[in-house]
Design a protein around this ligand. Structure first.
Ligand code: SF4
Length: 309
């Protein structure tokens, strides 16, 4: 297996623990656990397309942000255990349902097992693989995904160490995530689309504009403008912040982002002429948070019956 679980240093937390015996900061041991696998239609159009993105939500997280919309699976570690072979089966099942891609949501702490699953099905999997993460990554772990991930979809959440420390207990977030997105660009190359406008390769950086922190967002845009050429990456600026989970313990982020705040960040991003997506404010609603723990096992068992990996 690529990457060590016995002395886990897969993410910048670098716990150095044996995940066969205990869990680290991410809350996950050596067995893969997921909360949902299904077609997902609410990613950016070049990811979801007509048929939906074949999304697998992994349980646990090394960030556990206080405003996380998926906190039940990231911070509370809800989910169920599956084997490497079952994960490979799920990838093929999603492909057979017409998925535009395989979308690995929060995959960092399961990279070794994901690579083993992709190895099992790589001769039959012919859609792009998307590495969809919170941006808090080690370049060494990203390097393991070379040849396995086609598209990187990282968040770039904060510039300020004070904010990343307060909301994600990671005072080195920006330093690590900037190195990570540069590495992703090196691995994936410039964005490439097919004739239907679907992204086949490249990096799309997501940034969620937080209430009362537009200056932090603007600083991120400035740095991206300095580091990347306009055709190096795509940018997805998200406005759908909705206070959930522990956000209410922080007065400044316990409301939605205003149109003024969001548009001031959009104006800064436009200066650098990056291609990408600007979100409608109408999608700022918890209705867009997917339901977890549904019918996966039923589909999976049916599919496994005629799948020989
Ligand atoms: S993946 Fe989990 S156990 Fe490994 S270093 Fe990161 S937080 Fe710690």
């Amino acid at each position: 297996m690529k990457g060590s679980l016995e002395n886990c240093r897969l993410c910048p937390r670098e716990c150095g623990i044996n995940r066969y015996e205990r869990t680290g900061y991410c809350g996950e041991g050596a067995n893969i656990r997921i909360a949902r696998a299904d077609l997902h239609f609410w990613e950016e159009p070049c990811i979801s397309g007509k048929n939906g993105s074949g999304t697998v939500f992994f349980s646990g997280c090394a960030l556990k942000c206080r405003f996380c919309q998926n906190y039940e699976i990231s911070a509370e570690n809800k989910g169920f255990e599956i084997s490497v072979k079952q994960l490979a089966t799920i990838f093929l099942m999603l492909q057979s349902k017409g998925a535009e891609n395989i979308n690995l949501v929060n995959p960092t702490h399961f990279v070794p097992q994901i690579i083993s699953a992709l190895e099992l099905c790589r001769n039959r999997l012919n859609i792009p693989v998307v590495y969809n993460c919170g941006g808090y990554e080690k370049t060494e772990t990203l390097e393991l995904m070379r040849g396995y991930a086609d598209i990187f979809l990282p968040d770039l959440k904060y510039y300020s160490n004070k904010l990343s420390s307060e909301y994600s207990k990671a005072d080195d977030y920006f330093e690590k995530s900037l190195k990570a997105v540069i590495k992703m660009r090196e691995i994936a190359g410039k964005p490439q689309f097919d004739k239907h406008g679907m992204l086949k390769k490249g990096v799309m950086i997501r940034h969620l504009v937080l209430p009362n922190h537009r200056r932090d967002s603007i600083e991120i845009m400035k740095i991206l403008g300095r580091v990347f050429e306009k055709d190096d990456i795509l940018i997805s600026l998200m406005s759908q912040y909705t206070p959930v989970y522990k956000a209410f313990q922080h007065k400044e982020i316990s409301r939605r982002t205003t149109t003024f705040e969001y548009e001031s960040v959009v104006r800064e991003a436009e200066k650098y002429e990056f291609e990408g997506y600007i979100q409608q404010k109408s999608s700022a609603d918890t209705a867009f948070i997917p339901e977890f723990f549904d019918y996966l096992y039923f589909d999976l068992l049916n599919f496994t019956a005629d799948t020989d990996l």
